[in-house]
Design a protein around this ligand. Structure first.
Ligand SMILES: [Zn+2]
Length: 225
């Protein structure tokens, strides 16, 4: 029995989940044309489900999602996988706690990335979701491990589930694909709000002790129990 047959039920569920999660990217204004993508790890297997390359958002279906191994090779699917597959596969290889990865070129976040400037933690929402500033990762060329390395080097040991890759865009991670999508949405919202605040004057930083308390509360207490 092939590995794919063994996980057929899980793949059916993840294909539907990853396909559906892509609707959030255009809905929240995070992507244009076919840029951007969501992927999910297949738990317990060295596999991931990711968007096909160059397919429009309205045409995404569970069936045209692509299953790759964690070296980025296609295991199941008719289409070529997203050009960010290498980078995301690298993250799954090096960060076993990560279950989902999202990439966007959302405009306000990219405006910070283009200046290689971390987004300072000046709103409670930023403290809640990111636990501090949203960090900048190195400039990296597409097509090999360098984007993946930059993401892992920046996010390993950081509270932030999102990194602004310099001159490029946002990569976000989470225990699930949905949580990584949420981090991408929140990253763009924080990027926009802090940009607006800076146009009006100097944003006031939040004391570290308060950032710590907000982060702890939001991560451990907030929401439906
Ligand atoms: Zn990109």
């Amino acid at each position: 029995m092939s590995v794919v047959a063994e996980v057929a039920g899980t793949l059916t569920r993840l294909r539907a989940e990853v396909s559906a999660l892509h609707a959030h990217l255009p809905a929240y204004g995070l992507v244009v044309w076919t840029a951007g993508n969501v992927s999910a790890r297949v738990p317990g297997h060295d596999l991931m489900v990711i968007k096909p390359s160059g397919v429009h958002y309205a045409e995404l279906t569970p069936e045209n999602m692509v299953v790759c191994d964690l070296d980025g090779r296609v295991v199941e699917g008719e289409h070529a996988p997203s050009s960010d597959t290498e980078a995301q596969a690298y993250v799954y290889r090096k960060m076993p706690e990560v279950g989902g990865v999202v990439h966007t070129h959302s405009p306000y976040a990219v405006a910070w990335a283009a200046r290689a400037e971390p987004i300072p933690c000046v709103t409670t929402m930023c403290a809640d979701e990111f636990g501090g500033p949203i960090p900048v990762g190195p400039f990296a060329m597409i097509g090999d491990d360098s984007i993946g390395r930059g993401i892992v080097e920046t996010l390993r040991g950081s509270r932030s589930p999102a990194v602004l890759m310099q001159n490029h865009g946002v990569f976000s991670i989470g225990p699930t694909a949905e949580s990584a999508v949420k981090a991408a949405v929140m990253c763009e919202d924080v990027a926009r709000t802090v940009h607006l605040a800076q146009q009006l004057g100097r944003p006031v930083p939040i004391e570290q002790a308060s950032v710590d308390r907000l982060f702890d509360r939001y991560q451990n207490v907030y929401g439906q129990r």
